[in-house]
Design a protein around this ligand. Structure first.
Ligand code: MF3
Ligand code: CO
Length: 293
C-alpha cells in the first residue's frame, strides 16, 4: 500500500502526498469479466443502501441500520466490506451531523428528527466490491442542513458528469471544489475517493478538490469511487478516541454522497445504481427536498 497512514474508507492522505504521476503505476484496469462482476456488486450495494435508507426514521438506533445491512447481506449471500476492515467493528458506517465519516453503529445512538445521517454501504459480491453512500434527512430537517445536502449531492453529480476517457482526476476535484466553495462550504482533504475492485481501496486516490486539466488521465476499465465530504464550516477534521469516527473540527455539519463508477469507452457508467443503463441517480435514491434530479 502506497499510503503511510491510511485509516480505511475513504483513505487518509499521507502527510506528504505522492505525486499523481508516481501513483499512476499501480492502477489496474478491469477486463470485461471483472467489469461484469463490478456491475453486479454495484447494483447489489445500491439496492442495500436504498433498502437501509427506506427503513431509516426517527427513533432508529444506528445499530438498527447495521442490523439491516447484515440482514440484507445474509439474504443475498454477500459480505459487508467494512466488517473487520482494518479493525472496523461493524458492517456499515453511520455518520450523524458533525460526523464526517466512519461513524460506528451502536445501540445507544438514536436518530432524532432533524438529524442528517450519512449511511455508507459497501458489499463484497463474488470477490468484487461495490461502495456507495448517502446522507439523508431524518424526518424534517432545517434549511441549513437541506442546503448542505443539495450542494453536496449536486457536487457529486457534476463530478460524475466529467468522467470519460481522457478526462483527468483533477477535473473531478475541480468540479466538486468549484461548486461547493462558491456556496461557502469546504471540501474535506483528509479523506479521498479510491480505485475499487477485488480490493476495497485500490489506486488511484481520487481527491475531491483540484485543478482542471491536471492529474492522471482516466482510461476505459478504471473503476473508482467519487465520494465528496463537504463541510458547512472549516475543512479540518478530528478523529475520536475510537480511532475511526471523524468529525468536523468546528462541529459544523458535514455531508457525503458516494458512487462507484466505471470509465467506459465513451463515458461513464455508474455502477451503484438500480437502472440498467448506469445513468446517475441519487445514492440510496433519496433526495433532499427541493433537489431537482
Ligand atoms: N465505504 C467507505 C469508503 O468509502 C469505507 C468505510 S469502511 C471502513 O471507502 F471500514 F473503512 F470504515
Ligand atoms: Co469509498
Amino acid at each position: 500500500m502506497v499510503l503511510a497512514d491510511c485509516v480505511g474508507s475513504t483513505l487518509r492522505l499521507p502527510s506528504t502526498p505522492m505525486l499523481q504521476s508516481e501513483r499512476a503505476t499501480g492502477i489496474q484496469l478491469k477486463n470485461e469479466k471483472h467489469l461484469a462482476a463490478m456491475r453486479a456488486a454495484g447494483r447489489t450495494s445500491a439496492e442495500c443502501l436504498a433498502y437501509v435508507v427506506s427503513e431509516t426514521q426517527p427513533g432508529c438506533t444506528t445499530q438498527d441500520l447495521d442490523d439491516l445491512v447484515n440482514q440484507f447481506a445474509k439474504r443475498h449471500g454477500v459480505t459487508p466490506a467494512p466488517l473487520g476492515y482494518r479493525g472496523f467493528p461493524r458492517s456499515v458506517c453511520t455518520s450523524i451531523n458533525e460526523v464526517i465519516c466512519h461513524g460506528i453503529p451502536d445501540k445507544r445512538t438514536v436518530l432524532r428528527e432533524g438529524d442528517i445521517v450519512g449511511i455508507d454501504v459497501a458489499l463484497i459480491c463474488d470477490g468484487f466490491h461495490g461502495d456507495n453512500a448517502s446522507t439523508i434527512g431524518v424526518g424534517e430537517i432545517d434549511e441549513p442542513a437541506r442546503a448542505l445536502l443539495c450542494a453536496t449531492l449536486e457536487a457529486q453529480r457534476r463530478a460524475v458528469a466529467v468522467v470519460r476517457p481522457g478526462a483527468r482526476l483533477g477535473d473531478i476535484g475541480h468540479a466538486i471544489q468549484s461548486h461547493v466553495e462558491k456556496l461557502g462550504y469546504s471540501v474535506v482533504r483528509d479523506f479521498v475517493g479510491h480505485g475499487v475492485g477485488r480490493q476495497f481501496h485500490e489506486e488511484p486516490q481520487v481527491l475531491h478538490y483540484g485543478k482542471a486539466g491536471r492529474g492522471t488521465r482516466l482510461r476505459p476499465g478504471l473503476t473508482f469511487t467519487i465520494e465528496p465530504m463537504i463541510n458547512a464550516g472549516v475543512p479540518d477534521i478530528e478523529i475520536q478516541d475510537d480511532g475511526w469516527t471523524a468529525l468536523t473540527a468546528d462541529r459544523c455539519l458535514s455531508a457525503q454522497y458516494e458512487h462507484t463508477l466505471e470509465v467506459t469507452e465513451d463515458g461513464v457508467r455508474v455502477l451503484t445504481v438500480q437502472n440498467d443503463e448506469g445513468t446517475w441517480e441519487p445514492p440510496g435514491r433519496w433526495t433532499p427536498p427541493g433537489f431537482e434530479v
